[in-house]
Design a binder for this molecule. Structure first.
Ligand code: DOR
Ligand code: ZN
Ligand code: ZN
Length: 390
Protein backbone atom coordinates (compact mmCIF):
# COMPACT_ATOMS: atom_id res chain seq x y z
CA UNK A 1 0.00 0.00 0.00
CA UNK A 2 1.22 3.48 -0.84
CA UNK A 3 0.64 6.13 1.79
CA UNK A 4 0.13 9.69 0.64
CA UNK A 5 2.62 11.78 2.59
CA UNK A 6 2.01 15.08 0.85
CA UNK A 7 1.88 17.95 3.35
CA UNK A 8 2.41 15.55 6.22
CA UNK A 9 5.21 15.37 8.77
CA UNK A 10 6.99 12.02 9.06
CA UNK A 11 8.99 11.67 12.26
CA UNK A 12 10.08 8.91 14.65
CA UNK A 13 7.26 7.72 16.87
CA UNK A 14 7.67 9.22 20.32
CA UNK A 15 8.91 7.45 23.45
CA UNK A 16 7.07 8.30 26.65
CA UNK A 17 9.34 7.87 29.63
CA UNK A 18 6.49 8.30 32.13
CA UNK A 19 3.25 6.31 31.69
CA UNK A 20 0.99 4.72 34.29
CA UNK A 21 -0.45 1.55 32.73
CA UNK A 22 -2.15 0.49 36.00
CA UNK A 23 -1.87 -3.24 35.44
CA UNK A 24 -1.92 -5.31 37.60
CA UNK A 25 -4.44 -4.14 40.15
CA UNK A 26 -6.17 -1.12 38.71
CA UNK A 27 -7.57 -2.57 35.49
CA UNK A 28 -10.67 -0.40 35.88
CA UNK A 29 -8.44 2.67 35.33
CA UNK A 30 -6.31 1.23 32.48
CA UNK A 31 -4.78 -1.99 31.20
CA UNK A 32 -1.58 -2.63 29.31
CA UNK A 33 -3.76 -3.20 26.25
CA UNK A 34 -5.79 0.03 26.47
CA UNK A 35 -2.84 2.14 27.62
CA UNK A 36 -0.79 0.95 24.66
CA UNK A 37 -3.69 1.62 22.29
CA UNK A 38 -3.81 5.16 23.65
CA UNK A 39 -0.05 5.41 23.12
CA UNK A 40 -0.34 4.23 19.51
CA UNK A 41 -3.12 6.72 18.85
CA UNK A 42 -1.11 9.54 20.39
CA UNK A 43 1.93 8.83 18.23
CA UNK A 44 4.10 6.78 20.58
CA UNK A 45 5.88 3.53 19.75
CA UNK A 46 7.05 2.91 23.31
CA UNK A 47 6.16 3.76 26.87
CA UNK A 48 7.96 3.29 30.17
CA UNK A 49 5.53 1.73 32.66
CA UNK A 50 5.59 3.19 36.16
CA UNK A 51 5.60 0.66 39.01
CA UNK A 52 2.81 1.96 41.29
CA UNK A 53 0.54 -0.95 40.42
CA UNK A 54 -1.06 -3.42 42.85
CA UNK A 55 1.01 -5.38 43.63
CA UNK A 56 3.79 -2.87 43.12
CA UNK A 57 6.50 -3.74 40.58
CA UNK A 58 9.06 -4.31 43.32
CA UNK A 59 9.85 -7.95 42.45
CA UNK A 60 10.51 -10.07 39.34
CA UNK A 61 7.04 -11.69 39.29
CA UNK A 62 5.24 -8.41 38.71
CA UNK A 63 7.76 -7.31 36.09
CA UNK A 64 7.49 -10.68 34.30
CA UNK A 65 3.71 -10.35 34.36
CA UNK A 66 3.98 -6.93 32.76
CA UNK A 67 6.39 -8.28 30.15
CA UNK A 68 3.95 -11.08 29.34
CA UNK A 69 1.03 -8.66 28.96
CA UNK A 70 3.20 -6.39 26.83
CA UNK A 71 3.86 -9.10 24.27
CA UNK A 72 0.44 -8.60 22.69
CA UNK A 73 0.44 -4.85 23.21
CA UNK A 74 0.53 -2.42 20.29
CA UNK A 75 3.60 -0.53 21.46
CA UNK A 76 6.78 -1.42 23.28
CA UNK A 77 6.68 -1.35 27.07
CA UNK A 78 9.75 -0.65 29.16
CA UNK A 79 9.26 -1.68 32.79
CA UNK A 80 10.36 0.61 35.59
CA UNK A 81 11.04 -1.00 38.97
CA UNK A 82 10.00 0.26 42.36
CA UNK A 83 12.82 1.41 44.61
CA UNK A 84 11.09 0.34 47.81
CA UNK A 85 8.93 -2.63 48.78
CA UNK A 86 5.30 -1.84 48.16
CA UNK A 87 6.49 1.62 47.16
CA UNK A 88 6.05 2.55 50.80
CA UNK A 89 9.35 4.32 51.04
CA UNK A 90 10.51 2.24 54.00
CA UNK A 91 12.41 -0.81 52.86
CA UNK A 92 14.44 -1.17 49.70
CA UNK A 93 13.32 -3.68 47.07
CA UNK A 94 15.77 -6.40 46.11
CA UNK A 95 17.23 -4.13 43.52
CA UNK A 96 19.72 -6.66 42.19
CA UNK A 97 17.00 -9.23 41.51
CA UNK A 98 14.80 -6.57 40.00
CA UNK A 99 17.62 -5.33 37.78
CA UNK A 100 18.00 -8.79 36.25
CA UNK A 101 14.44 -8.62 34.89
CA UNK A 102 15.49 -5.82 32.58
CA UNK A 103 13.84 -2.85 34.28
CA UNK A 104 15.09 0.35 32.67
CA UNK A 105 15.07 2.57 35.73
CA UNK A 106 13.98 2.69 39.36
CA UNK A 107 11.44 5.01 40.97
CA UNK A 108 8.88 5.36 43.73
CA UNK A 109 6.70 7.66 41.64
CA UNK A 110 3.21 7.94 43.06
CA UNK A 111 4.20 7.24 46.66
CA UNK A 112 7.25 9.38 47.28
CA UNK A 113 7.97 9.22 50.97
CA UNK A 114 11.57 8.06 50.97
CA UNK A 115 13.84 9.37 53.69
CA UNK A 116 17.31 10.54 52.81
CA UNK A 117 19.08 7.41 54.05
CA UNK A 118 16.89 5.16 51.93
CA UNK A 119 17.37 7.39 48.90
CA UNK A 120 21.12 7.36 49.40
CA UNK A 121 21.20 3.57 49.53
CA UNK A 122 18.86 3.30 46.56
CA UNK A 123 21.26 5.43 44.57
CA UNK A 124 24.21 3.28 45.55
CA UNK A 125 22.38 0.14 44.41
CA UNK A 126 21.24 1.83 41.22
CA UNK A 127 24.81 2.73 40.44
CA UNK A 128 25.91 -0.89 40.89
CA UNK A 129 23.37 -1.95 38.27
CA UNK A 130 23.83 1.10 36.08
CA UNK A 131 20.18 2.17 36.33
CA UNK A 132 18.92 5.74 36.55
CA UNK A 133 16.84 6.84 39.52
CA UNK A 134 13.67 8.68 38.57
CA UNK A 135 12.29 10.72 41.42
CA UNK A 136 8.92 12.30 41.98
CA UNK A 137 10.23 15.10 44.16
CA UNK A 138 7.79 15.97 46.89
CA UNK A 139 8.25 16.55 50.60
CA UNK A 140 4.93 15.26 51.88
CA UNK A 141 5.33 17.12 55.15
CA UNK A 142 4.75 20.31 53.19
CA UNK A 143 2.18 19.04 50.70
CA UNK A 144 -0.06 17.03 53.03
CA UNK A 145 -3.75 17.79 52.43
CA UNK A 146 -2.83 20.17 49.61
CA UNK A 147 -4.84 19.87 46.41
CA UNK A 148 -3.49 22.69 44.22
CA UNK A 149 -0.51 25.01 43.91
CA UNK A 150 -0.11 27.21 46.96
CA UNK A 151 -0.35 30.85 46.05
CA UNK A 152 -2.75 33.60 45.06
CA UNK A 153 -5.28 31.28 43.44
CA UNK A 154 -5.39 28.70 46.22
CA UNK A 155 -6.33 31.56 48.53
CA UNK A 156 -8.96 32.93 46.14
CA UNK A 157 -10.44 29.49 45.46
CA UNK A 158 -10.33 28.39 49.09
CA UNK A 159 -8.35 25.22 48.44
CA UNK A 160 -5.42 23.88 50.43
CA UNK A 161 -2.06 24.52 48.84
CA UNK A 162 1.01 22.55 47.81
CA UNK A 163 3.94 24.98 47.97
CA UNK A 164 6.70 25.02 45.37
CA UNK A 165 9.06 24.37 48.29
CA UNK A 166 7.61 20.87 48.70
CA UNK A 167 9.09 19.97 45.30
CA UNK A 168 12.21 22.11 45.52
CA UNK A 169 13.41 20.73 48.84
CA UNK A 170 13.45 17.22 47.41
CA UNK A 171 15.03 18.33 44.13
CA UNK A 172 17.75 19.93 46.17
CA UNK A 173 18.26 16.87 48.39
CA UNK A 174 18.33 14.48 45.48
CA UNK A 175 20.85 16.58 43.60
CA UNK A 176 23.12 16.57 46.64
CA UNK A 177 22.79 12.79 46.94
CA UNK A 178 23.28 12.26 43.21
CA UNK A 179 26.43 14.33 43.35
CA UNK A 180 27.66 12.29 46.29
CA UNK A 181 26.89 8.89 44.77
CA UNK A 182 27.64 9.79 41.16
CA UNK A 183 24.44 8.26 39.78
CA UNK A 184 22.17 9.48 37.03
CA UNK A 185 19.22 11.25 38.63
CA UNK A 186 16.20 11.94 36.43
CA UNK A 187 13.65 14.30 37.95
CA UNK A 188 10.07 13.45 37.03
CA UNK A 189 7.54 16.13 36.05
CA UNK A 190 9.58 19.16 37.14
CA UNK A 191 7.14 22.03 37.65
CA UNK A 192 8.64 25.07 39.37
CA UNK A 193 11.07 27.87 38.62
CA UNK A 194 13.07 27.00 41.73
CA UNK A 195 13.47 23.36 40.70
CA UNK A 196 14.56 24.40 37.24
CA UNK A 197 17.18 26.79 38.56
CA UNK A 198 18.60 24.16 40.88
CA UNK A 199 18.88 21.59 38.10
CA UNK A 200 20.57 24.05 35.76
CA UNK A 201 23.09 24.99 38.45
CA UNK A 202 23.76 21.32 39.18
CA UNK A 203 24.27 20.51 35.50
CA UNK A 204 26.73 23.37 35.29
CA UNK A 205 28.93 21.85 37.95
CA UNK A 206 28.77 18.46 36.29
CA UNK A 207 26.10 16.58 38.22
CA UNK A 208 24.52 13.80 36.17
CA UNK A 209 20.96 15.08 36.39
CA UNK A 210 18.20 15.30 33.79
CA UNK A 211 14.56 16.28 34.04
CA UNK A 212 11.26 15.99 32.25
CA UNK A 213 8.36 18.42 31.90
CA UNK A 214 4.79 17.44 31.02
CA UNK A 215 2.66 19.19 28.39
CA UNK A 216 0.13 20.18 31.05
CA UNK A 217 2.76 21.96 33.13
CA UNK A 218 3.78 23.93 30.04
CA UNK A 219 0.27 24.89 29.01
CA UNK A 220 -1.99 25.27 32.06
CA UNK A 221 -1.60 27.41 35.17
CA UNK A 222 -3.16 27.15 38.63
CA UNK A 223 -5.73 29.73 37.56
CA UNK A 224 -7.51 26.99 35.58
CA UNK A 225 -8.42 25.21 38.81
CA UNK A 226 -11.05 27.95 39.19
CA UNK A 227 -13.94 25.92 37.82
CA UNK A 228 -13.12 23.12 40.30
CA UNK A 229 -12.88 20.64 37.43
CA UNK A 230 -11.25 17.58 39.04
CA UNK A 231 -9.45 16.90 35.77
CA UNK A 232 -7.16 19.83 36.59
CA UNK A 233 -6.07 18.04 39.77
CA UNK A 234 -2.65 16.52 39.30
CA UNK A 235 0.62 15.90 41.12
CA UNK A 236 2.64 18.03 41.03
CA UNK A 237 -0.11 20.63 40.78
CA UNK A 238 -0.55 23.06 37.92
CA UNK A 239 1.72 25.91 38.92
CA UNK A 240 1.73 29.72 38.81
CA UNK A 241 1.93 31.69 35.58
CA UNK A 242 5.48 32.66 36.59
CA UNK A 243 6.56 29.00 36.84
CA UNK A 244 4.88 28.18 33.53
CA UNK A 245 6.58 31.14 31.87
CA UNK A 246 10.00 30.01 33.10
CA UNK A 247 9.39 26.48 31.79
CA UNK A 248 8.24 27.84 28.42
CA UNK A 249 11.40 29.92 28.15
CA UNK A 250 13.43 26.84 29.01
CA UNK A 251 11.61 24.92 26.29
CA UNK A 252 12.38 27.59 23.72
CA UNK A 253 16.02 27.88 24.68
CA UNK A 254 16.57 24.12 24.46
CA UNK A 255 17.15 23.63 28.18
CA UNK A 256 14.48 20.98 28.76
CA UNK A 257 15.90 17.45 28.52
CA UNK A 258 12.73 15.43 28.12
CA UNK A 259 9.03 15.82 27.49
CA UNK A 260 6.84 13.20 29.18
CA UNK A 261 3.11 12.72 29.63
CA UNK A 262 2.83 11.33 33.19
CA UNK A 263 -0.23 9.64 31.67
CA UNK A 264 -2.30 8.97 34.82
CA UNK A 265 -5.67 7.47 33.86
CA UNK A 266 -8.45 7.28 36.44
CA UNK A 267 -12.05 6.10 36.39
CA UNK A 268 -14.94 8.54 36.32
CA UNK A 269 -15.74 7.57 39.90
CA UNK A 270 -12.17 8.23 41.11
CA UNK A 271 -12.49 11.77 39.80
CA UNK A 272 -16.02 12.33 41.04
CA UNK A 273 -17.12 14.58 43.85
CA UNK A 274 -15.42 17.43 45.61
CA UNK A 275 -12.09 18.71 44.40
CA UNK A 276 -10.46 17.79 47.71
CA UNK A 277 -11.21 14.11 47.29
CA UNK A 278 -10.69 13.57 43.56
CA UNK A 279 -7.75 11.41 42.41
CA UNK A 280 -4.64 13.10 41.04
CA UNK A 281 -3.73 12.74 37.41
CA UNK A 282 -4.32 13.54 33.77
CA UNK A 283 -4.84 11.07 30.94
CA UNK A 284 -2.25 12.48 28.57
CA UNK A 285 -1.13 10.09 25.85
CA UNK A 286 -3.75 11.06 23.29
CA UNK A 287 -3.33 14.82 23.54
CA UNK A 288 0.39 15.36 24.27
CA UNK A 289 1.72 15.67 20.73
CA UNK A 290 -1.19 17.67 19.33
CA UNK A 291 -0.98 20.08 22.28
CA UNK A 292 2.75 20.58 21.81
CA UNK A 293 2.20 21.18 18.10
CA UNK A 294 -0.58 23.66 18.79
CA UNK A 295 1.20 25.66 21.46
CA UNK A 296 4.88 25.46 20.54
CA UNK A 297 5.64 24.02 17.10
CA UNK A 298 3.04 25.92 15.09
CA UNK A 299 4.30 29.15 16.59
CA UNK A 300 7.94 28.20 15.92
CA UNK A 301 8.87 28.30 19.60
CA UNK A 302 10.42 24.90 18.98
CA UNK A 303 11.15 22.98 15.79
CA UNK A 304 10.18 19.41 14.95
CA UNK A 305 13.83 18.51 15.52
CA UNK A 306 13.69 19.97 19.02
CA UNK A 307 10.59 17.92 19.73
CA UNK A 308 12.24 14.73 18.46
CA UNK A 309 15.24 15.36 20.69
CA UNK A 310 13.08 15.83 23.79
CA UNK A 311 10.51 13.15 23.03
CA UNK A 312 12.57 10.47 21.28
CA UNK A 313 16.36 10.60 21.41
CA UNK A 314 16.78 11.78 24.98
CA UNK A 315 14.20 9.39 26.50
CA UNK A 316 15.84 6.53 24.57
CA UNK A 317 19.24 7.54 25.90
CA UNK A 318 18.01 7.68 29.50
CA UNK A 319 16.23 4.32 29.24
CA UNK A 320 19.23 2.88 27.39
CA UNK A 321 17.16 1.62 24.44
CA UNK A 322 17.62 1.79 20.68
CA UNK A 323 16.50 4.88 18.82
CA UNK A 324 16.74 3.89 15.19
CA UNK A 325 13.07 3.97 14.21
CA UNK A 326 13.69 6.03 11.10
CA UNK A 327 17.16 4.86 10.19
CA UNK A 328 17.65 3.37 6.76
CA UNK A 329 17.57 -0.39 6.96
CA UNK A 330 15.92 -0.60 10.36
CA UNK A 331 12.28 -1.46 11.05
CA UNK A 332 10.14 1.63 11.17
CA UNK A 333 8.96 3.23 14.40
CA UNK A 334 7.42 6.31 12.92
CA UNK A 335 4.35 8.46 12.71
CA UNK A 336 2.67 10.52 10.06
CA UNK A 337 1.43 13.75 11.57
CA UNK A 338 -1.04 15.90 9.69
CA UNK A 339 -0.38 19.56 10.57
CA UNK A 340 -3.56 20.63 8.79
CA UNK A 341 -6.02 18.35 10.49
CA UNK A 342 -8.28 20.26 12.82
CA UNK A 343 -10.06 18.23 15.42
CA UNK A 344 -11.71 18.55 18.81
CA UNK A 345 -10.55 16.63 21.87
CA UNK A 346 -13.41 14.25 22.63
CA UNK A 347 -12.66 12.12 25.63
CA UNK A 348 -15.25 9.51 24.67
CA UNK A 349 -13.11 8.77 21.62
CA UNK A 350 -10.03 8.11 23.74
CA UNK A 351 -8.57 4.62 23.49
CA UNK A 352 -7.47 5.07 27.10
CA UNK A 353 -9.93 4.06 29.78
CA UNK A 354 -8.96 7.28 31.51
CA UNK A 355 -11.17 10.06 30.20
CA UNK A 356 -9.70 12.50 32.72
CA UNK A 357 -8.44 15.34 30.57
CA UNK A 358 -8.65 19.06 31.26
CA UNK A 359 -8.37 19.62 27.50
CA UNK A 360 -11.76 18.13 26.61
CA UNK A 361 -13.63 20.17 24.04
CA UNK A 362 -10.52 22.03 22.88
CA UNK A 363 -10.01 22.57 19.18
CA UNK A 364 -6.54 21.63 17.94
CA UNK A 365 -5.15 22.09 14.47
CA UNK A 366 -2.85 19.09 13.90
CA UNK A 367 -3.05 15.40 14.62
CA UNK A 368 -1.21 12.12 14.43
CA UNK A 369 -2.80 10.03 11.69
CA UNK A 370 -0.63 6.95 11.34
CA UNK A 371 1.65 5.10 13.78
CA UNK A 372 4.10 2.38 12.80
CA UNK A 373 5.74 0.16 15.39
CA UNK A 374 8.53 -2.14 14.22
CA UNK A 375 7.39 -1.84 10.64
CA UNK A 376 3.74 -2.56 11.32
CA UNK A 377 0.91 -0.04 11.11
CA UNK A 378 -0.77 -0.04 14.53
CA UNK A 379 -2.91 3.09 14.27
CA UNK A 380 -4.75 4.57 11.33
CA UNK A 381 -6.74 7.77 11.58
CA UNK A 382 -6.72 8.73 7.92
CA UNK A 383 -10.18 9.99 7.07
CA UNK A 384 -11.04 10.00 10.78
CA UNK A 385 -11.02 6.21 11.14
CA UNK A 386 -9.39 6.31 14.60
CA UNK A 387 -8.58 2.61 14.31
CA UNK A 388 -6.06 0.54 16.21
CA UNK A 389 -4.68 -2.39 14.23
CA UNK A 390 -3.54 -5.69 15.72
O1 DOR B 1 -0.96 13.04 39.21
C1 DOR B 1 -0.33 12.02 39.47
N1 DOR B 1 -0.85 10.80 39.26
N2 DOR B 1 0.90 12.13 39.96
C2 DOR B 1 1.59 11.06 40.40
O2 DOR B 1 2.69 11.22 40.82
C3 DOR B 1 0.98 9.73 40.39
C4 DOR B 1 -0.04 9.63 39.36
C5 DOR B 1 -0.90 8.42 39.52
O3 DOR B 1 -0.38 7.33 39.70
O4 DOR B 1 -2.13 8.57 39.41
ZN1 ZN C 1 4.88 11.49 40.07
ZN1 ZN D 1 3.67 9.54 37.51
Amino acid sequence: ELIDGANKVVIPALIDIHTHLREPGYEDKETVKTGCEAAAAGGFSAVAAMPNTNPVADNPAVVEHLKLKSKEALVKVYPIGSITQGSKGEKLSEIGTLAKTGVKALTDDGHPVMNSEIMRRAMEYASAFNLPIIDHCEDKNLSKDGVMNEGYYSTIYGLKGIPAASEEIMVSRDIVLAEMTGIHLHIAHLSTEGSFKQVMAAKKRGVNVTFEVTPHHLILTDESVGDYNPDTKVHPPLRSSRDVEVLRQALKSGEIDVLATDHAPHTYEDKLGEYDYAANGISGLETALALLFEHFIKSNDISWNDLINMYYYKPAEILNVEADGIKKGSTADLIIFNPNRSWTVEKDKFKSKGKNTPFAGQKLSGKNEVTFVEGKMVYDDRGGKNEVLY
